[in-house]
Design a protein around this ligand. Structure first.
Ligand code: URA
Length: 204
C-alpha cells in the first residue's frame, strides 16, 4: 500500500497552531481553535476569539453565536463547510474576557499565514477585533456593510453575530449586511477578471 506523506499547507499550519505556546492563553486552553473550512474558500470570516463551546470542541463558532452565523450563511445559500471560519485569537481568553494587545500580537502570524494560504476573494470581519486588523482607526458603527478593496481582496466589515444575541436591534442590520455579500463577491470577481484581461493585453 502506498502511503502519502503529503499534507496541505493549511493542515500543516493548523498543526503548528495546535502546538503554539506563544502567549499565556496556552496554559488555560482545553483545545486550540485554529479555524476550519476549505483551503480554496472564496470567503474568509474572521471572528474574535473562541468561547467556552469552541474551546471544548476545538472548532470555531459552534456556540450560540455560531448558530446565528449558520443562519446568516444559509440566508445567502451557503453552508459553513463552504467558507473558511477563523478567529483573531486561537485560544479562549479566561472568562471570555477581551483579548489583550500582547495576545493579539502573539497570534497575528497565524492569521496572516491563513490569509496568505487561503487567498480569499473576500474577507468578512466579524466585530471589533478583526475590523481593527484591517482598519485600526475605524468604528464598526460607521463602516459595517461597506466594502473596501485591499489589493486583490475585498474587506467587508460586519458586526459580530453575538452582538445580535445581546442587542436585538442589531439583528436586522446584520442580516441585511449579510445579504449584500453575493453581489459584492460577484463585483470583486468582475474587477479581478478585467484586471487580468488588461494585463494580458498589455503583454502584446
Ligand atoms: N465568537 C468568536 O468570535 N469566535 C468564535 O469562534 C466563537 C464566538
Amino acid at each position: 500500500m502506498l502511503v502519502s506523506n503529503w499534507m496541505s499547507a493549511l493542515t500543516e499550519l493548523c498543526r503548528e497552531i495546535a502546538n503554539c505556546q506563544n502567549c499565556g492563553l496556552a496554559k488555560h486552553r482545553t483545545n486550540v481553535v485554529p479555524g476550519e473550512g476549505p483551503e480554496d474558500a472564496d470567503l474568509l470570516f474572521i471572528g474574535e476569539a473562541p468561547g467556552w463551546h469552541e474551546d471544548q470542541q476545538g472548532r470555531p463558532f459552534v456556540g450560540p453565536a455560531g448558530g446565528f452565523l449558520d443562519h446568516l450563511l444559509a440566508s445567502i445559500g451557503l453552508k459553513r463547510e463552504e467558507v473558511y471560519i477563523a478567529n483573531v485569537i486561537k485560544c479562549r481568553p479566561p472568562q471570555n474576557r477581551d483579548p489583550l494587545p500582547a495576545e493579539i500580537q502573539a497570534c497575528r502570524k497565524w492569521l496572516d499565514r491563513q490569509v496568505e494560504i487561503i487567498h480569499p476573494k473576500m474577507i468578512i470581519t466579524l466585530g471589533r477585533y478583526s475590523l481593527a486588523k484591517y482598519f485600526p482607526n475605524e468604528s464598526i458603527g460607521k463602516i459595517h456593510g461597506k466594502e473596501r478593496r485591499l489589493s486583490d481582496c475585498v474587506i467587508y466589515p460586519m458586526y459580530h453575530p453575538a452582538a445580535a444575541l445581546h442587542q436585538g436591534s442589531l439583528r436586522q442590520i446584520i442580516e441585511a449586511d449579510m445579504l449584500k455579500i453575493p453581489q459584492i463577491l460577484a463585483q470583486g470577481e468582475e474587477v479581478a477578471r478585467v484586471t487580468v484581461e488588461s494585463q494580458q493585453l498589455s503583454l502584446f
